[in-house]
Design a binder for this molecule. Structure first.
Ligand code: N01
Length: 542
C-alpha cells in the first residue's frame, strides 16, 4: 500500500480513532508494516485516559514496570519509572515520550472528534466524519476509543442548579483545581474516588463523601521504586512480559507473591489468614489472587471479603463508620480498588461519610447536596461517578455498516462482537479491547498490545492474500457471545450491579461485557488467525 494515501484511492489505509495507549501503538505498528494511517483524537493532547483523568491522586494500580509497553526493548530499557505505581503526570510523560520517540505526532490529528463513520458497500471503504465537518476515507477503521472514556454524569435532579464549581474526575481541569479551605462533596466511592478522597481531604476544609455502595479497597503500599528492583526487572523483561501473557489477568510477573496455588477450601483457616495478610502487606490487586477460587466460589470469596472487612474495623476508629464502609457484595465483583490511606481518611474530624444506599441523592441544590432529607452545604462538588464503560465511546460515533445499519441498533440488546474485535455487519472495522475480550479484566496494556498485534497481523495477511474486506460472521458472533456469557457464568462477576454489566447506566442492557481469562483468549485469537480467520468472511471488494 502506498505511503501518501490508501491503495483503495482512500485518504489513508487505516483511520484509528483515539490516541491513547491503544491508538499510539496501533499507529506505530501499522506504519512499521507499511500502511498509511491517520489517528483522530478528541483531546487536545495524546494520552487518552491519562490525558483526561487528572484528578488529585490519579495513578495506575498495576505496577508501573508492568503497566508499560513491551513492544520495544530500547524503550523498555531507557524509560525510568520513579514509583511502584506511577502518577498520572508520569504516565502521560511516558506516552508523550513514546509519541516523540517513534515520531507519531505527524499522523495524529488532535482536538477533533469523530462523530460518524459510514461503510460504502461498493468500494468496501469507510468515510469518517469529524466534528470539524471533515470527511476522510480509509479502507479500515480501528476504534481505539478506550473502555473507560465516556464520563457518566448522572442525571440527579437539580444537578445544573449548583452555584459553585463542579468537576467530574474523568474530565478534571488541566490547569488543576485549588480546593484549599473549601467544603467539598464527593459523589461516588469507586477507584477514582478512592484515589482522590485522601488527597482532597488534605486540601479541603471539609469533605463530605456520598456513598451509594461501600467499596473494597486494598493498600497500594506505594513508594519510590528502588533502582535495584527496576534494574532486576529490566534484566529479565522478556521473561516478565511472557509470564504476564500467561497470567489470567495479564500482570503479576514482578510480584514477590506469585499466582495462587491452592483453593481456599484446601487451606486451614489459620493459614488462610496468613496468606491473605501476606497479600495485604504486599499491597495491590494481587490480593484477589491469594487463592484459586476467590472469584468462583461464594464461600471462598467470603473469606477474602471478611478479611478486608476486619481490616476496615481495625483501621477506622468509629465502629458505626467502619460498619458503613464495610461492603457486603462479593469482593472483586465491582472492580477491586487500590488505595493510599482511603479507610483511615474517615478518621479525620473534617471528613464525613453520608450513606445514600437507600434513597440515593435526592437533589443537588444551588448550595449543596440533599440526601436523606438533609441539606449538606458545600462549595464544590466532585462527581466520581465513573463511565459508560466499554460501549459508551463507541455509542457516541454514528457507525453505519452494511445496509446503513446503525451500531446502536445492532447492539440494542447489548454489545455483540466476535472476539471483541469484529462486529457482523460492520466490515473492515476493528475494536481494540472491545466488549467480549478480556480488556478491563486484564492489565490494559497487555490486552491492548495483544489486540494491536492481532489487528496489524490481520491487515498484513489480508494484504498478502489480496483481500480487501473482512467481516465477522453472525454465527461466529452468536457463538462467541454465548461463550463469554458461559465463562462469566462460572464466576461471581455477574452477581452485583457493576459497570462490567452496564448496571451503572440507567437503561443500558445488562450484559456482562468483558471476558475473564487472558491466556485462553489470546490463544484462541492466534488460532483463529492461523486457520485463515475462522469465523470471519474475507473477500475482495463487492
Ligand atoms: O467509577 P466507578 P470510577 N448517585 O463506576 C457512584 C478504572 N480506574 O471512575 O457503586 C450516587 O467504579 C457509584 O455507586 P454504585 C477502574 O477500572 C482505575 O471510580 O454504582 N452515586 C460508584 O461508587 C475503575 O473500576 C484507576 O452504587 C453514584 C461511583 O459513583 C473504573 O475506572 C483509577 C451515582 C462510580 O465508581 C471506573 O472507576 C480510577 C449516582 N447517581 C479508575 N452514579 C486506577 O487505579 C454512580 N455513583 C488505575
Amino acid at each position: 500500500m502506498g505511503r501518501d494515501g490508501g491503495t483503495a484511492g482512500t485518504d489513508v489505509d487505516v483511520i484509528v480513532v483515539g490516541a491513547g495507549l491503544a491508538g499510539l501503538y496501533m499507529l506505530h505498528r501499522l506504519r512499521r508494516a507499511g500502511f498509511t494511517v491517520r489517528v483522530i483524537e478528541a483531546g487536545s493532547g495524546i494520552g487518552g485516559t491519562w490525558y483526561w483523568n487528572r484528578y488529585p491522586g490519579a495513578r495506575c494500580d498495576v505496577p508501573s514496570l508492568e503497566y508499560s509497553y513491551g513492544f520495544d526493548d530500547d524503550l523498555e530499557q531507557d524509560w525510568e519509572w520513579t514509583e511502584r505505581y506511577a502518577t498520572q503526570p508520569e504516565i502521560l510523560r511516558y506516552l508523550e515520550h513514546v509519541a516523540d520517540r517513534f515520531d507519531l505526532r505527524r499522523d495524529i490529528q488532535l482536538a477533533t472528534r469523530v462523530v460518524a463513520a459510514t461503510f460504502d458497500e461498493v468500494t468496501s471503504t469507510w468515510t469518517v466524519e469529524t466534528d470539524a465537518g471533515e470527511r476522510r476515507t480509509a479502507r479500515f477503521v480501528v476504534a481505539a476509543t478506550g473502555c473507560l472514556s465516556s464520563a457518566n454524569l448522572p442525571d440527579i435532579p437539580g444537578r445544573d442548579s449548583f452555584e459553585g464549581p463542579s468537576y467530574h474526575t474523568g474530565r478534571w481541569p488541566h490547569e488543576g483545581v485549588d480546593l484549599t479551605g473549601r467544603r467539598v462533596a464527593v459523589i461516588g466511592t469507586g477507584s477514582s474516588a478512592v484515589q482522590a478522597i485522601p488527597v482532597l481531604a488534605e486540601q479541603s476544609a471539609e469533605l463530605v463523601v456520598f456513598q451509594r455502595t461501600a467499596t473494597y479497597t486494598v493498600p497500594a503500599h506505594n513508594g519510590a521504586l528502588p533502582p535495584a528492583q527496576q534494574a532486576e526487572v529490566k534484566a529479565r523483561y522478556r521473561e516478565v512480559r511472557a509470564v504476564n501473557r500467561e497470567s489470567v489477568v495479564g500482570f503479576g510477573a514482578t510480584s514477590v507473591l506469585g499466582p495462587p496455588t491452592a483453593a481456599t477450601a484446601d487451606v486451614a483457616p489459620a493459614e488462610r489468614e496468613h496468606v491473605l495478610a501476606e497479600r495485604w502487606d504486599q499491597g495491590g490487586l494481587a490480593f484477589l489472587g491469594a487463592f484459586t477460587d476467590t472469584m468462583t466460589s461464594a464461600e471462598a470469596n467470603e473469606v477474602a471479603a471478611a478479611f478486608v472487612r476486619s481490616k476496615i474495623h481495625e483501621i477506622v476508629d468509629d465502629p458505626a463508620v467502619a460498619e458503613l464502609l464495610s461492603p457486603t457484595q462479593v469482593i472483586g465483583c465491582k472492580r477491586l480498588c487500590v488505595d493510599s490511606g482511603y479507610y483511615a481518611t474517615f478518621n479525620r474530624p473534617d471528613v464525613r461519610l453520608v450513606d445514600i444506599s437507600s434513597g440515593g441523592i435526592e437533589a443537588i441544590t444551588p448550595t449543596g447536596v440533599r440526601a436523606n432529607g438533609e441539606d449538606h452545604g458545600v462549595d464544590a462538588i466532585v462527581f466520581a461517578t465513573g463511565f459508560d464503560a466499554m460501549t459508551g465511546a463507541l455509542a457516541k460515533i454514528r457507525f453505519a455498516g452494511v445496509g446503513g445499519r446503525a451500531l446502536a441498533e445492532a447492539w440494542s440488546e447489548g454489545p455483540k462482537t466476535y472476539l471483541g474485535l469484529g462486529v457482523p455487519g460492520f466490515p473492515n472495522l476493528f475494536l481494540v479491547t472491545g466488549p467480549g475480550s478480556p480488556s478491563v479484566l486484564a492489565n490494559m496494556v497487555t490486552a491492548i498490545e495483544q489486540h494491536v498485534e492481532w489487528i496489524a497481523g490481520c491487515l498484513e495477511d489480508l494484504r498478502a492474500g489480496g483481500h480487501e474486506r473482512i467481516e465477522a460472521t453472525p454465527e461466529a458472533t452468536e457463538d462467541w457471545v454465548a461463550h463469554v456469557n458461559a465463562v462469566a457464568g462460572f464466576t461471581l462477576f455477574p452477581s452485583c450491579n457493576s459497570w462490567y454489566l452496564g448496571a451503572n447506566i440507567p437503561g443500558k442492557p445488562r450484559v456482562f461485557m468483558p471476558l475473564p481469562g487472558f491466556p485462553p483468549y489470546a490463544a484462541r485469537c492466534a488460532d483463529v488467525a492461523a486457520h485463515g480467520y475462522e469465523g470471519f468472511v474475507l473477500g475482495p471488494v463487492r
